[in-house]
Design a protein. Structure first.
Length: 86
């Protein structure tokens, strides 16, 4: 499994979550523009699936996360979740 960080300059679909059909096992929303995605699929597959969820073509960045990032001010439980997945 790989952990990916996804950012878009437009909000992601508010209904997009782990239960949504997609190439992920788990999806955690940090805020409207930032997601954490756990997937066994390739970066390209995750990127394209997220891209297709938008009606427009916003700026979109998806990158693997290999180490637990330094963070502050994230929603409760996110740091523990990150430690578990990295």
């Amino acid at each position: 499994m790989t952990l990916y960080l996804a950012w878009a300059d437009e909000p992601f679909d508010p209904y997009l979550d782990s239960e949504s059909l997609g190439p992920w096992r788990e999806l955690r929303r940090i805020d409207d523009h930032l997601l954490l995605v756990v997937s066994s699929e390739t970066l390209s597959r995750v990127y394209h699936h997220l891209k297709w969820t938008f009606e427009t073509a916003p700026a979109l960045l998806v990158t693997p996360v290999t180490d637990t990032p330094k963070s502050r001010g994230l929603p409760p439980g996110t740091t523990t979740w990150l430690r578990h997945h990295t």
